[in-house]
Design a protein around this ligand. Structure first.
Ligand SMILES: *[C@@H]1O[C@H](CO)[C@@H](O)[C@H](O)[C@H]1NC(C)=O
Ligand SMILES: *[C@@H]1O[C@H](CO)[C@@H](O)[C@H](O)[C@H]1NC(C)=O
Ligand SMILES: *[C@@H]1O[C@H](CO)[C@@H](O)[C@H](O)[C@H]1NC(C)=O
Ligand SMILES: *[C@@H]1O[C@H](CO)[C@@H](O)[C@H](O)[C@H]1NC(C)=O
Ligand SMILES: *[C@@H]1O[C@H](CO)[C@@H](O)[C@H](O)[C@H]1NC(C)=O
Length: 267
């Protein structure tokens, strides 16, 4: 297995800090998905809301893989449901579909009868709610880092910040709201990725990424890698190639069952 694989394992297994704002629950970490059921509101079995949600999810699962993003609204009044699905920009249509199918399964299992839920993994993202959220900044924070410190270069944090600021400047003028890049720090190749959900306006995307980078500075000083989710956007960096696995068309999920079981649930 390549270094990316190793590093991703480290990210999952060694690190662990979750910060949550405006939320009452910790995310469920089950296997490879982070899931939050954000809203205590519930719907009843076999009712109109459930029918509309199910319609929404099929529609998103069918259309998101085509361009990597879809949002939709289904139903009316109290039975109205809003949702979006997004895949990482470099995924193929098929990879996107596979990720969303697994994510939907997970959300359905972990958030039964909840009127709102959100799911992230490294490659895809799904959100639905009975409240209209398109275009707005969502408030969840979820921060994970690798415990290993970069000790060799006192300029690491400054160079990292320069990389992430540069990526933000690119993402916040591109309709895909996505950018990746690479730089050199001492002996390391340092890789970065920033992205926003595509329902945001470009300036709101920039604002979201600035907040995320602020959290990188605040919580991830000197860390070899981290993933900071800021509700509507996320920032990832590492001293390892964070996209390599997909570019090389390795299997999407090389983790073994053993590894999955060792992932800690923070709650
Ligand atoms: C919902 O529909 C299913 C399948 O038709 C049925 O088995 C179940 O009992 C129904 N549940 C309620 C609460 O009506
Ligand atoms: C919402 O669900 C109800 C009940 O199944 C259905 O009659 C209605 O057409 C749905 N709305 C939409 C827009 O699909
Ligand atoms: C990394 O650095 C932080 C603060 O400088 C320290 O608390 C932590 O123990 C270090 N971690 C490792 C794995 O060296
Ligand atoms: C999708 O989101 C945009 C905001 O980015 C909104 O204007 C539009 O109405 C949404 N589309 C649907 C079908 O809900
Ligand atoms: C995200 O979920 C998909 C679908 O299950 C999976 O193939 C992929 O490996 C996951 N990503 C990570 C980094 O675990």
């Amino acid at each position: 297995m390549g270094s990316f694989h190793q590093s991703w394992r480290q990210l999952l297994l060694l690190s662990s800090l979750f910060l949550l704002h405006s939320l009452t629950a910790y995310p469920a970490v089950s296997g490879i998905f982070y899931t939050l059921c954000r809203n205590p509101g519930t719907y009843t079995a076999n009712g109109t809301f459930e029918a509309n949600l199910s319609h929404l999810i099929s529609s998103l699962s069918a259309s998101a893989p085509v361009t990597g993003f879809a949002n939709d609204t289904v139903g009316l009044g109290p039975d109205q449901v809003f949702g979006l699905a997004q895949c990482r920009e470099d995924l193929t249509e098929e990879q996107c579909g596979v990720c969303l199918v697994a994510g939907v399964e997970e959300v359905t299992r972990l958030c039964p009868y909840k009127k709102a839920a959100v799911m992230w993994n490294e490659t895809c993202h799904l959100r639905y709610s009975n409240q209209r959220f398109f275009g707005k900044l969502r408030g969840e924070k979820l921060i994970r880092w690798i415990t290993g410190n970069v000790t060799s270069d006192p300029n690491f944090d400054r160079i990292l910040l320069g990389l992430l600021d540069g990526l933000t400047a690119r993402a916040a003028v591109s309709p895909r709201m996505f950018a990746t890049g690479k730089t050199k720090v001492d002996v390391y190749d340092l890789y970065g990725l920033v992205q926003c959900t595509r329902d945001l306006a470009l300036d709101v995307c920039g604002q979201c990424l600035k907040t995320a980078i602020g959290d990188v500075q605040r919580y991830c000083e000197g860390k070899q890698g981290a993933w900071v989710i800021e509700g509507s956007c996320d920032v990832r960096y590492g001293v390892f190639p964070i996209l390599q696995r997909l570019r090389r068309r390795r299997p999407l999920n090389p983790m073994q069952e053993d590894d999955r079981r060792r992932i800690k649930d923070p709650s």
